[in-house]
Design a protein around this ligand. Sequence first.
Ligand SMILES: NC(=O)c1ccc[n+]([C@@H]2O[C@H](COP(=O)([O-])OP(=O)(O)OC[C@H]3O[C@@H](n4cnc5c(N)ncnc54)[C@H](OP(=O)(O)O)[C@@H]3O)[C@@H](O)[C@H]2O)c1
Length: 291
Amino acid sequence: MAHDTPKILIQLDPDKQASVFDRVVAVDAGVDHLFSYRGVVPGDVQALVHGSIFTRGFDQLKNTAIFIGGSDMAAGEALLEAVKASFFGPFRVSVMLDPNGSNTTAAAAVLRVLEGFNGTVQGHDSAVLAATGPVGRRVAMLLAHLGARVRVGSRQLCKSVSLAESLGESTDKLFLPFETSSDEVTAEGLDGAEIVVAAGAAGVTLLTGNVLKKLHKLKVTIDLNAVSPAGIEGVKPQDKKTEKDGYLAWGALGVGSLKMKIHKAGIQRLFISNDLIIDALESFEIGRELA
Ligand SMILES: NC(=O)c1ccc[n+]([C@@H]2O[C@H](COP(=O)([O-])OP(=O)(O)OC[C@H]3O[C@@H](n4cnc5c(N)ncnc54)[C@H](OP(=O)(O)O)[C@@H]3O)[C@@H](O)[C@H]2O)c1
């Protein structure tokens, strides 16, 4: 009987230092060997991929996989394209993309929204604050994928308009842009929203108590910012399905534990076959199985 080769995870990181966070999760996910490459640019990728696909027999290629991390989603996406372009035919290995935890965080946030809505958001009104960031963009895409009506917010209307267009083109769904430059316009943009996900930069309040009290249909809020002050006034990082004034709230830590489970399970999933690409939707489906 052929014995299984050790599980090798190849970490491609565009940053100056390979992420310690990503390395710890890889070890905790049970990989046997972690090969970490830092400062990786698309031009480096083909040689690295060829090293991974020409060394083991087809039946053992599933025991080699690639994780693309780091802190920059756009740089990670460029590496993923270069990785895919370096595969040919059956010569390929499975790949997970999760720079800055964007995919796994968005997946966990949307799963928490679903929990607050008894499993379906079809036809419900949602809004993503700071949807222009890597996490917010993916939250918006996943909510639309589940059939919610989605508004995407930015401090600058022109940014939310171009984001809505770009998301519309990539998903074939409708996204409504709104502006968050003041309480007044934020309240207008959020009028009637049942779901609000705040995906703003750390330590920035996007939704004040003054605006919150005008949102009479609000049922679920998610604040992904863990750094004081809160992204949504009154939501604490440790909130987890906490009852507030008429709505349920999750804070960054309340979402983070599920995010960590999805990240770890995603890495484990890579070694099931040699042809998986784990991006935002796949991370969400992994989370759905875990939740
Ligand atoms: N809980 C977890 O496990 C977990 C994991 C990863 C990330 N996170 C958190 O998730 C959030 C989103 O992450 P990200 O990487 O997508 O965020 P990001 O790129 O740093 O920022 C997202 C958006 O926030 C807005 N923004 C930036 N600086 C601002 C400022 N000074 N004032 C007001 N708005 C500002 C910008 O939108 P506009 O310019 O369009 O307004 C930006 O596109 C962060 O708070 C991050 O710490 C949580």
